[in-house]
Design a protein around this ligand. Structure first.
Ligand code: PPE
Length: 304
């Protein structure tokens, strides 16, 4: 059970146990809500929110794509995130801002309903398990395709988009895997149910272009780190068979951080253990988010 003391709701902090919404909440029925997932890490200068500005920017872009007007400014949301973390006394936590249509009219036009905004924080450990983070996870290519770019808006982090992710995730889990890999409608590799994907082959690191996937902020961070390390990098379409013969694979996401993949569809990847490039990027990523490298300190928003 997730536990916190306070959540932020429409401009004020309210007790976690008293944070309740109406049964006719429009987004509950139809899924047009937008959200973010952000992490705050303990650093030597206190807790810091990683790439908070970029996450808030994406929240507003998601809303814009969905014709939704968030009734707060970006700066108000940023301050609210700080307040929520402080009110709960968290040092390391996951932050979930969500904007959704509240009750009013039912039916498929949400525009006359009020937009509610909530920010919930909780302590969330390794998304795909400690063991997964250290030793790698097992993935299954999903029987569900990722969204066609003109069916769902994949650059928007929309609640309803996650039905597709959940079907893939459930299928993978029921079949004994840890995570799903999703192909687009043309059969190219896109992303995991809640993570972007990188493959390493013959020393070259590749990730699919940001069409038809969520433009991950961790993906962007990792690309920056790859470039700063002068490693060879390409953004290009990846096929399913290329995944099978990759030397290394890893998934990236705010929740998943950098999680190695050791097996896909019963094909062992590389030596079946996290490879050297994956480990190097993972170590560096954890140093960056914990404020251990000055060069990347500009990505931290210290909780004040
Ligand atoms: N693709 C998808 C579909 C996705 O949901 C995420 C984040 C990413 C890529 C990576 O994006 P970013 O976090 O900006 O690097 N998934 C979030 C939801 C996890 C959940 O289960 O809830 C997350 O990692 O916060």
């Amino acid at each position: 059970m997730i536990k916190a003391n306070y959540v932020w709701f429409n401009g004020e902090l309210i007790k976690f146990d008293e944070a309740k919404i109406h049964m006719l909440t429009h987004t509950l029925h139809y899924g047009l809500g937008v959200f973010e997932g952000i992490r705050c890490y303990e650093t030597k200068k206190g807790p810091a929110i990683f790439r908070n500005y970029e996450h808030i920017e994406r929240l507003f872009h998601s809303a814009h794509i969905c014709y939704m007007k968030i009734p707060f400014s970006k700066e108000e949301i940023r301050k609210a995130i700080h307040e929520t973390i402080k009110a709960n006394g968290f040092r390391n936590c996951y932050i979930r801002p969500i904007a959704f249509y509240s009750s009013g009219a039912m039916g498929l036009n949400p525009l006359n309903n009020k937009v509610d905004v909530a920010i919930i924080c909780w302590e969330w450990g390794a998304y795909l398990g400690e063991e997964g983070l250290n030793k790698g996870i097992r993935c299954k290519v999903s029987s569900f395709n990722r969204h066609h770019v003109n069916v769902s808006m994949t650059k928007a982090k929309v609640c309803g988009n996650y039905v597709n992710s959940q079907l893939a995730k459930i299928e993978a889990l029921l079949e004994g895997y840890d995570e799903a890999l999703m192909l687009d409608v043309d059969g190219y590799v896109t992303e995991g149910s809640g993570e972007n994907i990188f493959v390493v082959r013959k020393g070259v690191i590749k990730t699919p272009p940001a069409t038809g996937i969520l433009e991950g902020i961790t993906r962007d961070t990792v690309i920056r780190l790859i470039k700063d390390l002068s490693l060879e990098f390409k953004e290009e379409r990846i096929t399913r068979d290329e995944v099978y013969i990759a030397d290394e694979i890893f998934l990236t996401g705010t929740a998943a951080e950098i999680t190695p993949v050791r097996e896909v569809d019963r094909r062992v990847i590389g030596d079946g253990m996290p490879g050297p490039i994956t480990k190097k990027l993972q170590d560096l990523y954890f140093k960056v988010v914990r404020g251990e490298i000055d060069k990347y300190e500009h990505w931290l928003d210290y909780v004040k």
